[in-house]
Design a protein around this ligand. Sequence first.
Ligand code: NAD
Length: 260
Amino acid sequence: MKLENRVAVVTGAAGGIGLAIARRYVAEGATVVIADLKAEAAQAAARELSAQGPGKAIGIAMDVASEEQVNDGIARTIKDYGRLDIAISNAGIQIVNAVENFSFADWKRMLAIHLDGAFLITKAAIPQMYKQNAGSLIYMGSVHSKLASPLKSAYVTAKHGLMGLARTIAKEAGPHGVRTNVICPGFVRTPLVDKQIPEQAKALGISEEQVIKKVMLGDTVDGEFTTVEDIAELALFFAAFPSNALTGQSVVASHGWFMN
Ligand code: NAD
């Protein structure tokens, strides 16, 4: 098992990509704290994963944009399990709109969940990781950390911002044995993507099928969605990497949509 005796916090893990990461980590022996706005779904997921073992999971309520809730969740994790090895800032939302129609409130909400959330998790996790002289921080970026698409001004800005955060913290935290890396998925069929298919179809005046085939998968090498399991595999790779050589990096898994 690659993550035996490791303790991980994964935000936004009640569903979608985060849940797949939690499942993979528990299968590798980790104790995983599933931190999500949806407390009941987080607890239900944790029960299911604990029953599967060999690791275990616990579900807690957390709004990643709230400093108090992030600090409480991380403090509780350290108190209950005695350490913190992996923290994944994964919680996210998508809002699709032309910039002239994008409300300032939506802009701020997007940056708060993606960027404030990543900053708060980092700040809360790092003192314990420094004590251990080891730790792995993982940010859920996107192909949109590397390129832009119309109608996604706030999302693209936030996902590009995570690259800057990861690189800066890699330099600050490296001397303390703490690594930071960014996972950049292409389109993955989760509720976040399902919601935007009809929204994009309406905004672009095309069918939902065209959104999937042309907008989402048109530039992939094989017309395939990336899967939650693909992303969980990368999250395991970053967390279990055996040295501090791999830091400040980003890996794109997108069926060749974007090539570094
Ligand atoms: P999802 O909608 O399936 O899951 C997101 C989870 O985050 C949900 O459980 C939700 O309750 C939780 N969440 C939302 N706001 C929160 C908050 N303020 N505090 C705590 N939890 C909150 O989405 P997903 O597709 O699994 O996305 C996960 C991450 O992957 C996001 O950062 C997203 O931007 C990124 N991503 C997704 C795709 C994709 O195609 N699905 C591609 C690239 C990157």
